[in-house]
Design a protein around this ligand. Structure first.
Ligand code: NAG
Ligand code: NAG
Ligand code: NAG
Ligand code: NAG
Length: 363
């Protein structure tokens, strides 16, 4: 299974950190059989018969310090109690720090904000990130969250249709799962045993040359990701290569890398939109986490650090193609995440609390 999984870029994995349920033997068996049967088909489906050259150059860079709207995660009651939180939602500090290092600024897009507020903010931010977090599958507000995700996704598709490659979407871990579910439905997620699992990133065939995400990456970045224990996984859900194809996700997304979990089940660990005018990317792993901080047997190295940081630079460069602007510096500062309450919290290190009842609903 392991050998097959590495060469078959079928699986998409899912994230999440909180629980560790055991997948049933039946599910595992089915996945294994399906994966073996579909290795050949998968290689074609994952990448497509041929790559489209990257059209990222369509929209010229316009903003040196672009603003990324990060979609907030619901704070369940148990989560609020455990960490003494009062906000209706939150953003993990590590995602913000990572975006900040790449040169992006951050504002929150509260999952529970009214539609009108979200639409107004989407016309001003330069891109959107769906962050990681405890699984949306288990959230107390999955439908409300997914409604907001759908709205953002639909808006992004329209904006990029009007002006190609002008509005980037990035998903990390849970964010990867959210994008997968938007296209493939909830059934696309399967149990994955990949909590605190540090792995190299086995790129699918041709990805380092032809993908939008890695096609123009420095060789050092590609080598670090591919050959070293560079990526940190925290997920109990994932997308298998089989489901990636059977749910139709493969029509919209190209699988860029496939890993295997602790018991050998393949999962898709990076993907990007197939349409050449749509800058949508997602990783099941956490580029904001340095692997040696999770697995203490791993030696720190600068190549991995630079490669993970490069992904953040990539988002900034993509977002810089967006012509969107806030009306004024004052308007932007009302939404600047740094002006929201910050709380030290185990597991996240810190997070920003967003209370929709105190959020400025009108711009
Ligand atoms: C999430 O939901 C699944 C299915 O309902 C359940 O098996 C699992 O234990 C839940 N995990 C957490 C962390 O609540
Ligand atoms: C909970 O947070 C509030 C402020 O938000 C603080 O006043 C209070 O002391 C905290 N309680 C505990 C148990 O940490
Ligand atoms: C990656 O980590 C595994 C498990 O700790 C180890 O066996 C392997 O040698 C590491 N690979 C590299 C390239 O460091
Ligand atoms: C990593 O980079 C730092 C400076 O950024 C340098 O001091 C250190 O020696 C480098 N480590 C290795 C192993 O190259």
């Amino acid at each position: 299974m392991k050998g097959h999984a590495l060469s078959a870029p079928l699986l998409v994995s899912h994230d999440d950190a909180a629980s560790s349920a055991r997948p049933s033997a039946v599910v595992i068996l089915v996945l294994c059989l399906a994966a073996i049967a579909s290795v050949t088909l998968t290689a074609v489906m994952l990448h497509g018969p041929h790559y489209q050259p990257s059209l990222i150059g369509d929209a010229p860079p316009t903003s040196a310090r672009p603003v990324i709207g990060v979609v907030t995660n619901p704070t369940d009651e148990s989560f609020r109690e455990a960490f003494n939180l009062t906000g209706t939602s939150y953003i993990g500090g590590s995602f913000v720090e990572w975006l900040d290092k790449g040169g992006s600024r951050v504002i929150p897009l509260p999952y529970d904000a009214p539609e009108n507020t979200l639409r107004q903010l989407l016309r001003r931010v330069n891109g959107v990130m769906f962050q990681g977090g405890h699984s949306i599958v288990n959230s107390s507000h999955p439908n409300e969250y997914m409604r907001t995700a759908q709205l953002i996704y639909d808006e992004a598709v329209q904006m990029n249709a009007r002006r190609p490659n002008s509005f980037v979407i990035w998903g990390t871990c849970q964010g990867f799962e959210v994008l997968a579910v938007l296209e493939g439905g909830w059934q696309i997620l399967t149990r994955t045993d990949a909590e605190s699992l540090v792995l190299p990133l086995p790129l699918t065939h041709g990805t380092e040359r032809y993908s939008r995400l890695f096609g123009e990456a420095p060789e050092e970045v590609v080598m670090a990701l591919r050959d070293q224990n560079s990526t940190t996984n925290f997920h109990e859900w994932g997308v298998s290569p089989t489901d990636f194809i059977q749910t139709g996700l493969a029509h919209s997304f190209r699988a860029l890398a496939v890993n295997t979990d602790r018991i050998g089940r393949p999962f898709i660990s990076a993907m990007e939109a197939r349409q050449p005018h749509l800058p949508i990317y997602a990783t099941q792993f956490h580029p904001e986490v340095l692997p040696w901080n999770v697995d203490h047997t791993q030696a720190p190295n600068n190549q991995t650090k630079r490669a993970l940081r490069w992904l953040s630079d990539f988002i900034r460069d993509e977002a810089a193609r967006s012509p969107h602007r806030f009306d004024s510096a004052g308007q932007l500062s009302r939404f600047d995440l740094r002006n929201f309450p910050k709380k030290a919290v185990k597991y996240f290190d810190w997070l920003y609390e967003i209370n929709v009842h105190k959020f400025p609903l009108n711009l």
